[in-house]
Design a protein around this ligand. Structure first.
Ligand SMILES: [Zn+2]
Length: 354
């Protein structure tokens, strides 16, 4: 078969249609599918020192790794992809939007969830942690968010807001969104994606935000927007701000927040705000894709979404610019840079230039 030179590797239309679940109210159906097909976690435990939760899920060790081969050498663009490779089976698609002919953004189930609707038991107590774990794919093309248009990327935020609503309506208390890009930060599939975990508990960092709101009588974001030095704001998108926080723990950490402090979850975002979140996340990912190699770091970062009863939602941008040593594990961060330098470096890129 003759192939065009510009042919983008992608999930075929035929494969996409094969996995598409056509019923709109599919969360319950998704839960049934997870019960019947997915791996189960073993149990969980709560660390009595800080109430942080550890979920034991030994089956996740069997996940295929799309980033590196067994010698640790990068396979790069030819890494096996659960979407693009016809021979690899994927999971039912429960939400989707067409981007253009033959190209879609969609949500499907994670074959290796750490949370399941039936739940897992507390190691020593009688509690149950339950939920569901989904993947949000910004495009069926084999790309990540720093390589796609704002117009395509905003659709991911619409899908995440829709998924969040459905999971909260199903009775789960919290939906944790994250993004792992790069092997060193926990990524196992190169094809760009976000993850969502609906659950009946709050992760510790989210509980910290809830506690901050209660203690300070204002959201963390409201506090930050007032106290953070004004020139640490990399860009104001209109409805969303992107800043380097004055307490930057690691070089180039950044925070994205809505300028309307009453927004506390993705489903509260209006059209303009979704667009500005897509622009801000695209911009920072794109800048990091060039900045990190320029300082001899592998391009790798996490996004951690902070949403829920925390006053104001925000996204933490955590590039893997420095490892964690013993002092960090004791709770003292030693940062190999400072916020002024990070801001200056970021401003070298046209997205954040003054
Ligand atoms: Zn792919």
């Amino acid at each position: 078969m003759k192939q065009s030179k510009n042919l983008v590797r992608k999930m075929s239309e035929e494969k996409f249609q094969r996995y598409l679940v056509r019923k709109p109210k599919s969360i319950d159906e998704a839960f049934t599918w997870i019960r019947n097909n997915c791996v189960k976690s073993d149990s969980y435990a709560v660390d009595p020192r800080d109430d942080s939760v550890t979920i034991f899920c030994s089956a996740r060790n069997k996940r295929p790794n799309g980033y590196v081969n067994s010698n640790g050498e990068k396979q790069n663009t030819e890494a096996p992809c659960p979407l693009c490779d016809e021979s690899i089976e994927t999971t039912p698609i429960i939400l989707s939007r067409k981007l253009r002919k033959g190209v879609y953004a969609f949500v499907n189930e994670n074959l290796y969830p750490f949370l399941t609707p039936q739940g897992s038991r507390d190691m020593i107590g009688d509690g149950i942690v339950r939920g569901a774990h989904f993947l949000i794919w910004p495009t069926t093309e084999h790309r990540d968010i720093h390589e796609i248009s704002y117009r395509d990327h905003v659709v991911s935020f619409e899908l995440m807001a829709d998924l969040e609503s459905r999971l909260i309506e199903s009775g789960l208390e919290h939906v944790q969104f994250i993004k792992n890009t790069g092997k060193v930060v926990g990524g196992s599939v190169e094809h760009g994606h976000y993850q969502a975990a609906g659950m009946n508990v709050f992760p510790m960092r989210i509980q910290n935000d809830v506690d901050f709101l209660e203690k300070s009588k204002e959201s963390f974001v409201k506090y930050l927007s007032r106290e953070n030095p004004k020139d640490f704001k990399l860009k104001d998108y209109g409805s969303v701000s992107l800043v380097v926080p004055y307490f930057m723990r690691r070089p180039f950490n950044a925070i994205i927040y809505p300028n309307d402090f009453s927004v506390n979850s993705l489903r509260d975002l209006g059209k303009e705000q979704r667009k500005d979140f897509a622009r801000a996340t695209s911009d920072i990912a794109n800048v990091l894709s060039r900045l990190m190699p320029s300082i001899e770091k592998e391009f790798a970062y996490n996004f951690v979404f902070h949403t829920g009863p925390i006053g104001t939602m925000y996204i933490e941008v955590l590039p893997y610019t420095q490892g964690e040593g013993g002092f960090e594990k004791a709770g003292l961060s030693v940062c190999q840079s400072n916020p002024e330098i990070a801001v200056r470096e970021y401003r070298q890129y046209k997205q954040f230039g003054l």
